[in-house]
Every structure is written in C-alpha cells, then in structure tokens.
Design a protein around this ligand. Structure first.
Ligand SMILES: [Zn+2]
Length: 495
C-alpha cells in the first residue's frame, strides 16, 4: 500500500543522531544495569575506552523502573572501569542529567550555585549535608551542559546522516525539529544549500536559556527562513518556548501537588507574569510560537496567554502550537478547538508513561492525561509525533498507541481495552494527525501531508494496508516500510 509521506511533528534530529552514538539506557532496570551498559558501550569502542579524558554520554535512564524508584547519585557510577571518567547521562525525558563524580567535580568547579541559591526553573539534588548528589534537573542542567564540549559541524554531519537514515527507514519524510540552537540552524541551512538534506526539516529555534528573546541574533543570522526554491527542504519560522519540565522528574507544572510528592507541584520555566509578553515579542518579530507544556497548569497558563494575544490579532493566521499538551484540566481540552491552537502530541508518550501516571496524578486528574479524543472532539487540531530520541521515531508505533492506548504486548493499566479507552482515536484520525495535520501545524499543508495534485510527491510504500480493519492493531504496529519517496525520488529502500 502507499501512504502520504509521514510527518513527525515533534522530534529532535541531531539529538537522535547523538543518541545513536551514546550509551542507550532505555529500559535499564537498575543502576547496576546502567553501569553494565556503559561498560559494554566502552568495550565496543576501544578508542573511547582508552581516551580517559573523553566524556561518556548516555540517554534513557528512568528511575521509575528501578526498585526502589529513587533518583541515582554520582557514586552509583563507580566501578573499576568507570572510576575517574567524565560521565553525563540524560534521563529518558531529557529533563534530568546524572553525572559521575569526576564530572560533578568539574561542574562544581565551573560554578554550580551554593546550597540555598535559587536556580529559576532548575534544581540541584542535594544530600542531607547540602552536597550535590549528581543529578541536575531542568535549567540546572545548563551548568553541566556548559562544561561538556559543544558539538562541532563534523559531529552534526555525522548525527544528521545517522538520524536521516533512521527516519527514512520508518517512512518519515518531514520532521518538526523541536528545539534547535542557532549554530545548528546555520548548519541545517548550509546543508540545505548544498542539497544535502535527505528529508524535510521544520526547525524550531531554541534560544539560549539566558536570552529567551533572541530574535535579534536569529534575524542577524538570517532567520526566519522560508524555502527559497522548490528543492529546498528547510523551513525555519518557529520559536520553541519551554513553559515547564516533565512528568517523570516531577517537573511539569501542576495546579495541585503531585499525588506521590504532596509538597511539590512542578516548575514553571517561564515566569507566569512574563508569558504573554514573551509570546507577544515573538509574534511581533514574525515567528510562529510553539510552547512546551506538560502539566495542567502550564497548559492553562499558556492557553490563557495565547487567548489574549489571539483576540488582539483576529485577522492573523498564527497557528500557535502547544507541544505535548500532556495533562489537561478537562475544561481546557476544548480550548484548542475554540482558539485554533494546534495540539502537538505524542501517542507513544502515553503508552510509555501510563504505568505511573495514576500514582503521580491520582485517579481524577489522570482523566485529563493524553486526552487526544477530547481535544479532537472539541474541534482541536492534533499533530502527532514521537519526540524521538525520547521515544523511537517509528510512526507505526505511534499509530498503534493512538488507536489502542496499549503497550506493545497489548497491556494497559485499565486492561486489554486500552488505558482510558475513550481517548483512543480512529485509524483515519490518527493517520491524519501524522500527515495532513502535522503539515498544517507547519503552514505546509499546501505542499505536503496528502497525496493530491499540486503537492510534493512525498510518499511511503508499506507492506500492508494499515487502514484495512482486517489488519490487526498489532500487525499495524509491525508495518515495514519498503520504500520512502521524497519529491518523486526514491530516497530509501528496504535492502
Ligand atoms: Zn521534545
């Protein structure tokens, strides 16, 4: 069967390539397994093992899978092989960073704030004596990320090639790249000018944390940037803002405290009083705004800010976006439709997280978790993606999650009918969210996202008919891409 080229409305391209080269900690069941995976990674890379000055980076740990499910510490990264190494491991949601003792020492020496000094939007975990334990959360991660050597264009070229291959192999022809710094945007533009982009990229600018209104430096660098000719595959017209953290590290901003941490209700990363002015700044500078919102409070406050700004600009087609829209108060679900705000959501996040959501939120608030059908029924536009490398980029996994709300084995906390099954989607609605609606979310539905006369010829050949109900959801999940075609050219085929 043939499908329109699949979009991933929200992923992280260079991070995907980076992750493919880093220690993969997804699914590790204990700190022992984390150490073992690092040691195996080194054993397979003798040059990295031999160079004791090089940083060892990894991604994917999740303390909720461990017994007990508590944050790790720097001393957990001690072993004969690992002692004295600089190690930095990102949590599966990339909202927490776990450092080895040597790495932590260097980060402290570079100026980690003393105990009691507030880090807006960030947290340094400390022991009873006030010493950092080795885990930095949200904006506190910057103190470490400034010490780790930055990527070079040589790194980026390698990351882009690896990421492109992994995306094309699962039928993705267009990606919303959901947080790209200026040096990486320049890299993408140069690659596009040389005709080196294998698929379409919709780059969302991420400013340095210290200057959230970086539109002047972006403009000096030539952004926003619309495709200048038919062969161009890069669009940059969106800024990515971060309203809060993530659920897994109790960082998402909630109206009420977490059920499993009654003293905490998460972090707003943008001052609520500044939200409207910050979004207005970017709209005035001519940018689309996409704001990361996980918790119900972050979502409400951002929708409030959007609502006020939209009512002042009734004639403009702004297509404001909320990235994730993960936990909503039930009366916020219809606001996406009312306001014309795009809900950019990730079906596999729901089925990866569903095991701990009730514990964290309680039964009542859980009803507003990953509420795709409610947003859709309220007239909202759902644009789907995976948030790779947080999840695998495979859109057939996303389609399966969207129509079943089950894990790969067919289980869910509410049984084999799916988790909160009233929020499941039809196949047609789920496919729409991975194609046309994702193109709409980037103002490109006249160019891609459907198989129609006048669109670019982006399509995918697959080995089964996923829209035929005779194809079971599990079979749909196992769909293999046979060929991926962009601009009428076959750019990937199954060997
Ligand atoms: Zn993301």
């Amino acid at each position: 069967a043939v499908l329109p080229g699949l979009h991933d409305a929200h992923g992280h391209v260079l991070d995907q390539g980076w992750a493919l080269e880093s220690v993969n900690l997804v699914g590790a069941r204990s700190v022992e397994e984390v150490r073992l995976r690092i040691e195996q990674h080194l054993a397979a890379r003798p040059e990295l093992e031999a160079d004791r000055e090089r940083w060892i980076e990894g991604i994917g740990w999740d303390q909720t899978l461990w017994d007990p499910p508590v944050f790790p510490s720097a001393s957990d990264l001690r072993s004969v092989l690992l002692d004295g190494r600089r190690i930095a491991l990102r949590r599966v949601d990339v909202h927490a960073l776990w450092l080895s003792e040597r790495a932590l020492g260097e980060v402290e020496a570079a100026g980690l704030p003393q105990p009691g000094v507030d880090i807006p939007g960030g947290l340094v975990l400390r022991d009873a004596a006030g010493r950092p334990t080795g885990v930095l959360i949200d904006k506190a991660m910057d103190y470490a990320l400034n010490v780790i050597p930055p990527w070079t264009d040589t790194d980026r070229r390698r990351f882009l090639a690896a990421a492109s291959e992994s995306l094309l192999s699962v039928g993705i022809t267009s990606v919303g790249d959901a947080a790209v710094d200026l040096p990486s945007l320049r890299f993408f533009r140069d690659a596009d000018e040389r005709g080196e982009l294998a698929l379409r990229f919709y780059g969302m600018l991420a400013c340095p944390t210290s200057s959230p209104r970086c539109s002047d430096s972006a403009s000096a660098a030539g952004f926003p940037l619309l495709p200048r000719h038919a062969a161009s595959r890069l669009t940059v017209r969106t800024v990515k803002l971060f309203a809060d953290g993530a659920l897994g590290s109790w960082g998402s901003a909630m109206w009420a405290p977490y059920a499993d941490r009654p003293a905490e209700r998460g972090l707003m990363l943008i001052e609520p009083n500044d939200l409207r002015a910050l979004v207005a700044h970017w709209l005035d500078a001519g940018w689309q705004v996409a704001t990361h919102c996980i918790g119900d409070r972050a979502n409400s406050l951002v929708l409030d800010a959007y609502e006020a700004l939209l009512s002042a600009r009734p004639q403009q087609d702004l297509r404001l976006r909320v990235e994730h829209a993960q936990i909503l108060r039930l009366n916020d679900t219809s606001r996406f439709g009312q306001l014309g705000v795009v809900a950019s959501m990730q079906p596999t996040h729901a089925t990866s997280d569903m095991g701990y959501v009730e514990k964290r939120l309680g039964a009542e608030r859980m009803l507003g978790a990953y509420p795709w059908q409610s947003v859709l029924r309220g007239g909202g536009i759902l644009a789907f993606g995976s948030d790779f490398p947080v999840e695998l980029p495979n859109p057939f996994h996303g389609l399966y999650s969207a129509i079943t709300r089950l894990d790969a084995e067919g289980h869910s906390p509410s049984g084999p009918g799916g988790w909160l099954p009233h929020e499941r989607l039809s196949r047609a609605d789920a496919l729409h969210a991975f194609t046309y609606a994702a193109a709409y979310a980037q103002f490109e539905e006249q160019r891609t996202g459907s198989l129609e006369r006048g669109r670019r010829a982006d399509l995918v050949v697959v080995d089964r008919d996923i829209m035929d109900e005779a194809t079971t959801p599990k079979q749909l999940r196992e769909t293999q891409v046979l060929a991926t075609i962009i601009d009428g050219r076959t750019v990937w085929t199954r060997a």
